[in-house]
Design a protein around this ligand. Sequence first.
Ligand code: MG
Length: 378
Amino acid sequence: MPRDRTAWEQLESRELAPFAMKSADSQGRRHQETEHTLRTRFQRDRDRVIYSRAFRRLEYKTQVFVNHEGDHYRTRLTHSIEVAQIARTMARCLRLNEDLTEAVALVHDVGHTPFGHAGQRALQRKMLPHGGFEHNLQCLRIIDELERRSPDYRGLNLTHEVRASVLKHGTEGVAEFAGAGQPLLEAQVADLADSIAYCCHDLDDGLRSGLLTEEILAGSKLWQATLEEVLRTRPGACGDVRRAQVVRRLVDVQVRDALEATTARLQTVRSVAEVRAAPRRLVGLSDKLIAPRAELQGLLYKHLYRHYKVMREAHKAERLLEQLFDAFVEHPDMLAPDFQQWSEEVGCERAVCDYIAGMTDRYAQDEHRRLFENAGRP
Ligand code: MG
C-alpha cells in the first residue's frame, strides 16, 4: 500500500521533535477544503507555492545583480532554492517539520519587487500616503489575494502556519496574527537559512563580478580563516574552484554552528507553545559567530551593495518604477482590465502597486519602453 496522508501524519508524530509543528495540528486554511488523500497539509502548501505564478516570476527578479548581467548570477529563484536547501538540512537535523520549513523557504521572497531593494524603496516612497509597502506583507497579499487558482476563493489558500511564517519580522500590523509570540521553529530556521544563503552567495557573486576582491575580504576574520583552511586542505584549488570551496565552507560553518547553538537552547523546550512563549528566538548562530559574521556582512554592505556600479543600476531602477507608478496612477485606463477591476476593489494606488510589485525586472523594463518610447508610432 502506498504511504498516504494518514501514514505521513503518524510518521510525523513518531519522528519529529516535540517542539516541531505537526501537519495534523495545523489551524487549517481560511477556506475549507477536503484534505488530500496522499499529501499532508504542509506538503500541499509547498506544492502550491511551486505552481504559483509569483514563484515562477522569481526567475527574472534581481537579488543584487540585474538579471541581464550574466547567466551565472543568482536570481531570486535560485536564491529561494538555495535557502530551501539550507533550511531543509537544518530542519531535518533538528527533527523539525521539513515540509513546512521548505514551504516557508520557497515562498519567502515572492513579495519582492523587481530590481531588489531598489524597487522596494521606490514603492515605499510612492505608497507612503496610501498604506505603505513592505515585501513580507506583500508576500501575504500575494498568497492570500493576488494568486488565482480556484473559482471559489482568491489566493492560494495556504495554511495558517505558512501564512503567519511569511511575516518574519513579527506579526505587527496584521491583527489576525497579533499576540502569537515567537515564530514557529520552522519559520525561524527558514529565516536564518535566508541570511546564511544571501551572505555567502552574494559574496560568491560579488567576487565573480569583480566588484569584490579577496583583498577587500581579507578585512574579515571569518573569510580569512575559511580561506586559510581551504589553502591548507585543498592547496591545488585556485580561481573559481577555490572560491567555491571557501563559499561552501562558509555555509557549512554557519549551519553547524547554528545547529549546535540551537540544540543547546532547545534543551528544555517541550512543545510548540513553549517555542511561541519564549522570550526570544531559539534558532540562531552562537554568540561567538555573530560578531565575525556581522564584520563580513559589513564588508559586503560597504563594497558590494553600495558599490557605485550597483548604486547606478539601483537609482536607475527606482526612477523607472516611479515613472511607471505615476503614469498608471495618472491614467488608470492604461491598466489591463483585470487590474482596472482590482483598482475598484482596493483603490487605484494599491492596484498599481500590486501590478508593479509583481513584475519581473525585464517585464518592468519592457512596460516602461511601451509607455515612454516611440510615441506616435503604431
Ligand atoms: Mg531571501
